[in-house]
Design a protein around this ligand. Structure first.
Ligand code: TYD
Length: 207
């Protein structure tokens, strides 16, 4: 493997992204691969600082500012961590990436998709994931699952409508790029979700 592999994970809170990323990383390491687990916004010192800023609910920032902060974090993440790791032949597993921008800033905030794609290409120097796993689930079901685990549910009615819009946008994106984005039902058992991810991964590793 000369160039490494870049795999991103997308999906709402409660879909089990973090758990699955950790399991996939262990499996890959057992197979002898070098793996880097990272996240967006974040992953580097500067990008983690931008993360604090962009996720700070006390700050009022415009949609344009928010968009540019996510992209500024991504540009640093790509340059300092992701590209060097891929060039060293490693497998990079990233919790959220460009698709989150297209969905949250695009469908969520109403920023034009064409503008986002142009800015994203600038930030990433057109580096795109080899595979994206979209962990999908009905927002109400995900909320119930989080409640069952004793996690305090922050869903309000307005929040639920937003989550539904976000889900639809992710699914539409997946439908437009079925080769790269694989949708997996996040409401199955953790074992089944992992099996499906590993099947996709094995197919990619065999290429
Ligand atoms: P985080 O607490 O990591 O949420 P989650 O556990 O759901 O991944 O916060 C990341 C938030 O940032 C999440 O609400 C999605 C949002 N986000 C964007 O709006 N645009 C982006 O480009 C990225 C990477 C994330």
């Amino acid at each position: 493997m000369k160039q490494g592999l870049f795999i991103t994970f997308e999906g709402a809170d409660g879909t089990g992204k973090t758990t699955q990323i950790a399991k996939v990383a262990s499996w890959l390491r057992e197979q002898g691969y070098e793996v880097i687990c990272t996240r967006e916004p974040g992953g580097t010192k500067a990008a983690e600082r931008i993360r604090e800023l962009v996720l700070d609910a006390e700050l009022t920032i415009s949609h344009k500012t928010e968009t540019l902060l996510y992209l500024a974090a991504r540009a640093d993440h790509i340059a300092q961590l992701i590209r060097p790791a891929l060039q060293a032949g490693k497998i990079v597993l990233c919790d959220r990436f460009s698709d989150s921008t297209f969905v949250y800033q695009g469908s969520g905030r109403g920023v034009e998709l064409q503008t986002l794609k142009m800015l994203d290409d600038f930030a990433t120097s057109s580096l795109h994931p080899d595979l994206t796993i979209l962990l999908d689930g009905e927002p109400e079901e995900l909320a119930i699952r989080r409640n069952a685990r004793g996690v305090v549910d922050r869903f309000e009615l307005e929040g639920l409508a937003f989550q539904k819009k976000i889900r639809e946008a992710f699914l539409a994106l997946a439908a437009s790029e079925p080769t790269r984005i694989h949708v997996i039902d996040a409401l199955q058992s953790e074992e089944n979700v992992l099996d499906e991810i590993l099947t996709d991964l094995q197919r990619l590793l065999a290429k």
